[in-house]
Design a binder for this molecule. Structure first.
Ligand SMILES: [Cu+2]
Length: 267
Protein backbone atom coordinates (compact mmCIF):
# COMPACT_ATOMS: atom_id res chain seq x y z
CA UNK A 1 0.00 0.00 0.00
CA UNK A 2 2.76 2.42 1.02
CA UNK A 3 4.80 1.46 -2.06
CA UNK A 4 1.82 2.12 -4.30
CA UNK A 5 1.32 5.58 -2.75
CA UNK A 6 5.00 6.39 -3.26
CA UNK A 7 4.74 5.27 -6.88
CA UNK A 8 1.60 7.33 -7.43
CA UNK A 9 3.17 10.41 -5.84
CA UNK A 10 6.26 10.06 -8.02
CA UNK A 11 4.13 9.70 -11.13
CA UNK A 12 2.06 12.77 -10.31
CA UNK A 13 5.18 14.75 -9.51
CA UNK A 14 6.69 13.80 -12.85
CA UNK A 15 3.47 14.75 -14.59
CA UNK A 16 3.62 18.17 -12.96
CA UNK A 17 7.24 18.66 -14.00
CA UNK A 18 6.55 17.53 -17.54
CA UNK A 19 3.37 19.49 -17.97
CA UNK A 20 4.87 22.57 -19.59
CA UNK A 21 3.02 24.04 -22.58
CA UNK A 22 5.40 22.31 -25.00
CA UNK A 23 5.54 18.96 -23.36
CA UNK A 24 3.19 16.17 -22.52
CA UNK A 25 -0.04 18.14 -22.19
CA UNK A 26 0.38 19.77 -25.55
CA UNK A 27 1.34 16.54 -27.20
CA UNK A 28 -1.91 15.13 -25.82
CA UNK A 29 -3.83 17.97 -27.41
CA UNK A 30 -5.75 15.53 -29.58
CA UNK A 31 -7.03 13.88 -26.44
CA UNK A 32 -8.05 17.26 -25.04
CA UNK A 33 -9.44 18.38 -28.34
CA UNK A 34 -12.51 20.02 -26.85
CA UNK A 35 -10.33 22.38 -24.80
CA UNK A 36 -7.97 23.06 -27.68
CA UNK A 37 -10.88 24.03 -29.86
CA UNK A 38 -11.79 26.68 -27.33
CA UNK A 39 -8.26 28.09 -27.77
CA UNK A 40 -7.66 28.13 -24.03
CA UNK A 41 -4.87 25.64 -23.67
CA UNK A 42 -2.99 27.69 -21.03
CA UNK A 43 -6.03 27.85 -18.75
CA UNK A 44 -6.58 24.14 -19.20
CA UNK A 45 -3.01 23.38 -18.30
CA UNK A 46 -3.19 25.54 -15.21
CA UNK A 47 -6.41 23.88 -14.11
CA UNK A 48 -4.97 20.42 -14.55
CA UNK A 49 -1.80 21.39 -12.76
CA UNK A 50 -3.89 22.68 -9.87
CA UNK A 51 -5.82 19.40 -9.69
CA UNK A 52 -2.56 17.47 -9.72
CA UNK A 53 -1.08 19.61 -6.97
CA UNK A 54 -4.21 19.02 -4.88
CA UNK A 55 -3.93 15.29 -5.51
CA UNK A 56 -0.25 15.34 -4.62
CA UNK A 57 -0.88 17.18 -1.35
CA UNK A 58 -3.72 14.79 -0.47
CA UNK A 59 -1.46 11.82 -1.07
CA UNK A 60 1.30 13.34 1.05
CA UNK A 61 -1.25 13.79 3.87
CA UNK A 62 -2.42 10.18 3.42
CA UNK A 63 1.20 9.14 3.50
CA UNK A 64 1.72 10.91 6.83
CA UNK A 65 -1.29 9.10 8.28
CA UNK A 66 -0.36 5.63 7.14
CA UNK A 67 3.26 6.14 8.20
CA UNK A 68 2.47 6.04 11.91
CA UNK A 69 4.37 3.20 13.52
CA UNK A 70 4.24 1.36 16.84
CA UNK A 71 6.73 2.06 19.61
CA UNK A 72 6.80 -0.67 22.26
CA UNK A 73 8.55 0.10 25.53
CA UNK A 74 9.34 -2.30 28.35
CA UNK A 75 10.09 -0.39 31.54
CA UNK A 76 12.00 -2.04 34.37
CA UNK A 77 13.71 -0.90 37.54
CA UNK A 78 17.42 -1.37 38.20
CA UNK A 79 16.73 -4.94 39.42
CA UNK A 80 14.93 -5.85 36.21
CA UNK A 81 11.46 -5.84 37.76
CA UNK A 82 8.63 -4.45 35.60
CA UNK A 83 7.56 -0.90 36.50
CA UNK A 84 3.82 -0.28 36.61
CA UNK A 85 2.18 3.16 36.32
CA UNK A 86 5.11 4.89 34.61
CA UNK A 87 3.96 7.70 32.33
CA UNK A 88 5.63 8.00 28.93
CA UNK A 89 5.09 10.98 26.65
CA UNK A 90 6.62 11.62 23.23
CA UNK A 91 7.45 15.08 21.89
CA UNK A 92 7.96 15.50 18.16
CA UNK A 93 11.25 17.17 17.22
CA UNK A 94 10.03 17.85 13.67
CA UNK A 95 8.32 21.24 13.62
CA UNK A 96 6.39 20.32 10.47
CA UNK A 97 4.71 17.36 12.17
CA UNK A 98 3.63 19.17 15.34
CA UNK A 99 -0.03 18.51 15.89
CA UNK A 100 -2.68 20.24 17.95
CA UNK A 101 -1.36 20.75 21.46
CA UNK A 102 -4.63 20.90 23.34
CA UNK A 103 -7.32 18.39 24.13
CA UNK A 104 -11.06 18.97 24.45
CA UNK A 105 -11.86 15.66 26.10
CA UNK A 106 -13.30 15.08 29.58
CA UNK A 107 -12.15 12.13 31.62
CA UNK A 108 -13.01 10.79 35.08
CA UNK A 109 -11.02 10.18 38.24
CA UNK A 110 -13.32 8.32 40.63
CA UNK A 111 -13.32 8.12 44.38
CA UNK A 112 -14.20 4.56 45.37
CA UNK A 113 -13.68 2.90 48.74
CA UNK A 114 -11.75 5.95 49.94
CA UNK A 115 -9.17 5.94 47.20
CA UNK A 116 -8.71 7.64 43.85
CA UNK A 117 -9.24 5.52 40.74
CA UNK A 118 -6.91 5.70 38.89
CA UNK A 119 -3.89 6.41 41.05
CA UNK A 120 -1.91 7.80 38.08
CA UNK A 121 -3.61 9.58 35.20
CA UNK A 122 -1.76 11.20 32.28
CA UNK A 123 -3.71 13.81 30.31
CA UNK A 124 -3.00 16.25 27.53
CA UNK A 125 -3.01 20.00 28.23
CA UNK A 126 -6.57 21.31 28.00
CA UNK A 127 -8.22 18.14 29.32
CA UNK A 128 -11.17 18.48 31.71
CA UNK A 129 -11.39 16.00 34.57
CA UNK A 130 -14.50 15.18 36.57
CA UNK A 131 -14.05 13.84 40.13
CA UNK A 132 -17.21 11.90 41.01
CA UNK A 133 -17.44 10.60 44.58
CA UNK A 134 -19.01 7.12 44.59
CA UNK A 135 -18.55 6.59 48.31
CA UNK A 136 -21.36 7.09 50.80
CA UNK A 137 -19.22 9.56 52.72
CA UNK A 138 -18.03 13.00 51.73
CA UNK A 139 -14.60 13.79 50.27
CA UNK A 140 -12.80 17.11 49.90
CA UNK A 141 -10.52 16.89 46.87
CA UNK A 142 -7.67 19.38 46.53
CA UNK A 143 -4.34 20.12 44.87
CA UNK A 144 -1.65 22.60 45.94
CA UNK A 145 0.49 21.84 42.87
CA UNK A 146 1.86 24.72 40.80
CA UNK A 147 0.51 23.17 37.58
CA UNK A 148 -3.04 23.35 39.00
CA UNK A 149 -4.27 24.55 42.36
CA UNK A 150 -7.90 23.80 43.15
CA UNK A 151 -10.28 22.30 45.67
CA UNK A 152 -13.73 20.78 45.61
CA UNK A 153 -15.07 21.28 49.14
CA UNK A 154 -16.86 18.44 50.96
CA UNK A 155 -19.22 16.73 48.55
CA UNK A 156 -20.89 13.50 47.49
CA UNK A 157 -21.88 12.47 43.99
CA UNK A 158 -20.77 14.30 40.87
CA UNK A 159 -19.40 17.87 41.11
CA UNK A 160 -21.23 20.40 38.96
CA UNK A 161 -18.20 21.31 36.86
CA UNK A 162 -15.10 19.37 35.80
CA UNK A 163 -11.66 20.88 36.43
CA UNK A 164 -9.70 21.91 33.32
CA UNK A 165 -5.93 21.34 33.34
CA UNK A 166 -4.34 24.02 31.15
CA UNK A 167 -0.73 23.82 32.25
CA UNK A 168 1.75 20.99 31.76
CA UNK A 169 3.25 19.53 34.92
CA UNK A 170 2.59 17.23 37.83
CA UNK A 171 -0.59 17.64 39.87
CA UNK A 172 -0.76 15.83 43.20
CA UNK A 173 -4.26 15.12 44.49
CA UNK A 174 -5.29 14.72 48.09
CA UNK A 175 -8.40 14.57 50.23
CA UNK A 176 -8.72 16.97 53.14
CA UNK A 177 -10.63 14.40 55.17
CA UNK A 178 -8.71 11.19 54.42
CA UNK A 179 -4.98 11.88 54.53
CA UNK A 180 -3.98 8.60 52.91
CA UNK A 181 -5.91 9.38 49.72
CA UNK A 182 -3.47 10.50 47.05
CA UNK A 183 -3.22 10.37 43.28
CA UNK A 184 -1.23 11.95 40.48
CA UNK A 185 -2.22 13.70 37.28
CA UNK A 186 0.61 14.09 34.78
CA UNK A 187 -0.37 16.90 32.39
CA UNK A 188 1.64 16.63 29.17
CA UNK A 189 1.98 19.04 26.27
CA UNK A 190 1.77 16.33 23.63
CA UNK A 191 -0.96 14.14 22.11
CA UNK A 192 1.30 11.07 22.46
CA UNK A 193 1.34 9.55 25.93
CA UNK A 194 0.38 6.45 27.89
CA UNK A 195 0.96 4.54 31.13
CA UNK A 196 2.84 1.27 31.64
CA UNK A 197 0.90 -1.82 32.72
CA UNK A 198 1.84 -4.34 35.41
CA UNK A 199 4.32 -5.94 33.02
CA UNK A 200 6.04 -2.60 32.42
CA UNK A 201 4.69 -2.54 28.87
CA UNK A 202 3.52 0.62 27.18
CA UNK A 203 2.94 1.26 23.47
CA UNK A 204 2.57 4.47 21.52
CA UNK A 205 1.57 4.89 17.89
CA UNK A 206 3.75 7.67 16.49
CA UNK A 207 4.03 9.27 13.05
CA UNK A 208 7.42 8.72 11.46
CA UNK A 209 9.98 11.24 12.75
CA UNK A 210 12.24 12.19 15.62
CA UNK A 211 10.98 12.32 19.20
CA UNK A 212 12.04 13.05 22.72
CA UNK A 213 10.59 10.50 25.13
CA UNK A 214 9.89 11.68 28.68
CA UNK A 215 9.35 9.33 31.59
CA UNK A 216 7.70 9.94 34.92
CA UNK A 217 7.11 7.62 37.87
CA UNK A 218 6.00 8.45 41.38
CA UNK A 219 8.96 6.64 42.93
CA UNK A 220 11.63 7.58 40.40
CA UNK A 221 14.78 8.89 42.08
CA UNK A 222 16.43 12.22 41.33
CA UNK A 223 18.60 10.72 38.59
CA UNK A 224 15.80 9.21 36.55
CA UNK A 225 12.84 11.44 37.37
CA UNK A 226 11.68 13.14 34.18
CA UNK A 227 14.25 11.12 32.28
CA UNK A 228 14.36 11.91 28.58
CA UNK A 229 15.52 9.84 25.67
CA UNK A 230 15.80 10.62 21.94
CA UNK A 231 14.31 8.19 19.46
CA UNK A 232 13.64 8.03 15.71
CA UNK A 233 10.51 6.32 14.38
CA UNK A 234 11.16 4.87 10.92
CA UNK A 235 8.60 3.98 8.24
CA UNK A 236 7.28 0.42 8.17
CA UNK A 237 9.31 -0.52 11.21
CA UNK A 238 8.03 -1.39 14.68
CA UNK A 239 10.39 -0.17 17.40
CA UNK A 240 11.00 -2.11 20.62
CA UNK A 241 12.89 -0.34 23.34
CA UNK A 242 13.87 -1.40 26.88
CA UNK A 243 13.91 1.44 29.43
CA UNK A 244 15.33 1.34 32.94
CA UNK A 245 14.11 3.65 35.67
CA UNK A 246 15.76 3.80 39.07
CA UNK A 247 13.15 3.72 41.82
CA UNK A 248 13.26 4.73 45.44
CA UNK A 249 11.57 2.46 47.99
CA UNK A 250 7.79 2.59 47.36
CA UNK A 251 6.06 5.58 48.93
CA UNK A 252 2.44 6.13 49.80
CA UNK A 253 0.17 3.78 47.81
CA UNK A 254 -2.91 5.98 47.76
CA UNK A 255 -5.00 3.16 49.21
CA UNK A 256 -7.04 3.31 52.35
CA UNK A 257 -5.16 1.75 55.30
CA UNK A 258 -8.40 0.00 56.26
CA UNK A 259 -6.86 -2.45 58.72
CA UNK A 260 -5.36 0.42 60.73
CA UNK A 261 -7.93 3.18 60.54
CA UNK A 262 -11.26 1.72 59.50
CA UNK A 263 -12.90 2.25 62.89
CA UNK A 264 -15.29 5.00 61.95
CA UNK A 265 -12.99 7.86 62.89
CA UNK A 266 -12.01 8.91 59.36
CA UNK A 267 -15.40 9.75 57.94
CU1 LIG B 1 -11.81 11.71 51.36
Amino acid sequence: MLGYIYWLQSKIFLDMVMSTPNSRMNRNCNKWHAFCEKKEPQKTHHLLQLVMWALGISLICMNAIVSAEMLNLTITDSSGNPVNNAVVSAYSQNAASQTSMTSATTIIIDQIDKKFVNHVTPVQVGTAISFPNHDQIRHHVYSFSAAKTFEIPLYKGIPAEPIVFKQAGLVTLGCNIHDWMSAYIVVVDSPYFSTSDQHGHVSLTLPVGDYELRFWHRDADAHSKNTTQAITISAEQETNLPVEINLKPPSFSGRSPASMFNRGRYR
